[in-house]
Design a protein around this ligand. Structure first.
Ligand SMILES: N[C@@H](CCC(=O)N[C@@H](CSC=O)C(=O)NCC(=O)O)C(=O)O
Length: 276
């Protein structure tokens, strides 16, 4: 693992690191905020999965999570959203290929060799994190935005018992019924829609849900509302009696101004779940 930068931040350190990944078959870059407490003992870890077009950097510099994480003594990891590099497949569209990994393991050409973001987030990056930093493996929580909100919800439900709590900002909630999902799942997973189910939060709620609480914030003025389908998740939460809260926030759009407005609520929500 290589250190790219380390900056003092709210009494702790905001770092950026690069490492070779077995899952994606290329070098991956991630950001990690460590609060002051991490110099003394291992601390709980909050995952933040980013959305389409993002690298590790967008949320790290724009979401304003570090001040809240420092106040609660939490670390925050900011992974990249896809494999990258000259030898890695790509597409001219912003919503497919590099920057648009959708947190799945691709099975189809030309994506299959590198686009294994599920394994990267579930196995590969955790190995690097827990081997190199003062982090508590048994105290983890997860959040994300848009495509990353989809990733957070599906990871939390797919890896039961790993995360104490899950939250999301304007998540893609029902990708099997949205153009933000059908296009990418066809490309990455192929035409057999039965393989898509494990990557749809609304469908996962109907087959087990999450053994903990969920917090979802969605702006009512989000320009991508029809693609995100919050009503599908709301119906599934009600139908399955999933503990949690889905809040429609009047007038907010899809941007990091929205995320930074509610970042404090989400960090406090996770800190409480992690303290139980
Ligand atoms: N470029 C696209 C829109 C891309 C966009 O809005 N990306 C969002 C995530 S959308 C869902 O996953 C984002 O977080 N962008 C990065 C940022 O720093 O804002 C278009 O032009 O429509």
């Amino acid at each position: 693992m290589e250190t790219i930068s380390e900056n003092r931040c709210f009494g702790g350190v905001q770092g950026v690191y690069r490492h070779p990944s077995k899952a994606t078959g290329c070098d991956m870059t991630f950001g990690l905020f460590l609060p002051a407490e991490a110099a003394l003992h291992p601390v709980p870890l909050l995952w933040y999965l980013s959305g389409l077009t993002c690298t590790h950097e967008n949320a790290m510099t724009k979401a304003g999570l570090q001040a809240h994480a420092a106040a609660h003594g939490l670390a925050v990891v900011f992974p990249d959203t896809s494999p990258r590099g000259d030898g890695v497949a790509d597409d001219p569209a912003y919503d497919l290929g590099q920057g648009a990994g959708f947190y799945v393991n691709a099975t189809q050409a030309p994506w299959a060799p590198h686009f294994r973001m599920w394994d990267y987030i579930a196995d590969d990056l955790p190995r690097v994190l827990f081997a190199n930093f003062a982090l508590e493996e048994d105290r983890q929580a997860i959040t994300g935005h848009s495509m990353g909100g989809h990733g957070a919800l599906t990871m939390a439900m797919g890896l039961q018992d790993r995360f104490a709590s899950v939250s999301a900002f304007s998540p893609i909630t029902n990708p099997t019924a949205s153009d933000w999902g059908r296009k990418q799942f066809t490309a990455y997973l192929g035409p057999d829609e039965s393989t898509w189910r494990a990557h749809d939060a609304t469908l996962l709620l109907q087959t087990g849900g999450f053994d903990g609480e969920m917090l979802i914030d969605q702006g009512s003025a989000d320009q991508f509302l029809d693609l995100l389908r919050p009503e599908a998740l709301a119906h599934a939460m009600a139908a399955t009696r999933q503990p949690g809260l889905l809040r429609m926030q009047k007038g907010y759009d899809h941007s990091y101004f929205f995320i930074s407005t509610f970042a404090g609520d989400h960090v406090a929500f996770h800190a409480q779940a992690l303290s139980r």
